[in-house]
Design a protein around this ligand. Structure first.
Ligand code: ADP
Ligand code: MG
Length: 338
């Protein structure tokens, strides 16, 4: 595990190209393991802000991770109904709103399916038959969850389980960015397993340069870079986590809530940039599920979200404001074209 973590950290570090100017103040950095991934913080601020950030990540992880049997979400899944802490309740509410705005392409009630597939754990992952998966989709419907704001009670539909994994890192990034700003951090970034959130600009006044991973390469292989300030860059793709069947077929971790099977997308990856990291995270998953056409339409009708899509046929697609806002540069020699 330690070796894997270190390799991951090196790879992730490379996905954010940070060039400190001469005489720039030193940044404080921390790399910890939380939310199932390496969390890198890089801030211009106090040591207190940095360790507060780490504590916040751990707090969110222990409230939201369904795999952690002690978590509030795990307990809600067990009991079917529960009164939650303000933090966990707000996260569930947000996830349901994002499910609504994506028309259910992002649906946090697919917990029963992710539990059965268990794709992120190669040892216990299992390839479901089409029929098994389809049968389990009857437990997937965000509209079956009821909320009671007054008591912060969440009640799941019969047999349902929540999985906030498609939004958790984005949600945590928003919380972290808010916390940094309150703590007087005017510049920095956090990279939660490839979800990059930038606070302010670089100390030299320039925007941060964030790399967009080439889905065909290793984690440090980029196909584009974008210029970002006060926003999050989130990328979803089939390459991130997957298992292979005995026949060599690939089963990846982004599920289509309507079939219960890995989404058969025409996309290699979907990159969303937004000032709202939870939205960017949920949308990157949803746009991947929806595919290029419906995914682009969703982004275009959503205020404050832009996308850079890479289609399996090698086409690069951008939403209307993407170039003007994020000045993308494309790495030469790649088999992708606009
Ligand atoms: P990653 O976690 O690898 O960065 P995502 O943010 O796209 O990737 O989230 C994928 C995770 O979200 C899966 O591991 C699973 O737990 C959950 N998930 C998969 N498909 C969906 C979906 N259609 N809607 C909501 N959550 C999903
Ligand atoms: Mg996501």
């Amino acid at each position: 595990m330690a070796a894997r973590c270190l390799a991951l950290m090196a790879a992730l570090a490379a996905s954010l190209l940070f060039l400190a100017g001469c005489g720039a103040p030193a940044a404080l950095e921390s790399n910890t393991y939380s939310m199932g991934t390496v969390c890198s913080q890089h801030i211009y601020g106090s040591q207190t802000a940095l360790s507060g950030g780490t504590a916040l990540l751990e707090e969110l992880d222990s409230a939201l991770a369904w795999r952690n049997t002690e978590s509030e979400i795990a307990q809600l899944n067990q009991a079917g109904t529960a009164a939650l802490s303000p933090t966990a309740y707000a996260a569930v509410k947000r996830a349901l709103e994002l499910a609504e705005s994506t028309g259910g392409a992002f649906d946090p009630t697919l917990g029963v399916l992710t539990r059965e597939w268990n794709i992120s754990d190669a040892d216990t992952a299992r390839i479901l038959t089409r029929q098994e998966a389809a049968a389990l989709t009857r437990y997937v419907d965000y509209r079956a969850v009821t909320l009671d704001d007054a008591n912060r009670t969440v009640t799941l539909g019969q047999g349902q389980a929540l999985d906030l994994g498609g939004m958790a890192k984005g949600y945590a990034s928003d919380a972290l960015a808010a916390y940094y700003r309150e703590s007087g951090v005017s510049s920095g970034f956090v990279n939660l397993g490839g979800n990059v959130t930038v606070v302010g600009k670089r100390p030299d006044g320039a925007a941060y340069t964030v790399g967009v991973r080439d889905p065909a390469g290793s984690a440090s292989d980029l196909f584009a870079t974008v210029q970002v300030q006060d926003a999050s860059v989130v990328i979803s793709g089939a390459y991130e986590r997957y298992i292979e069947g005995p026949d060599g077929a690939v089963y990846h971790h982004i599920l289509d809530p309507s079939t219960g099977y890995p989404a058969e997308s025409d996309l290699l990856s979907s990159c969303i940039i937004s000032a709202d990291a939870a939205l960017a995270d949920a949308f990157s998953t949803a746009v991947f599920v929806l595919g290029s056409e419906a995914g682009m339409a969703l982004v275009e009708r959503t205020e404050g979200a832009e996308c850079l899509l890479l289609r399996k046929d090698g086409r690069i697609l951008m939403s209307a404001q993407f170039e003007a806002l994020y000045a993308p540069t494309f790495v030469e020699g790649k088999p992708y074209a606009r």
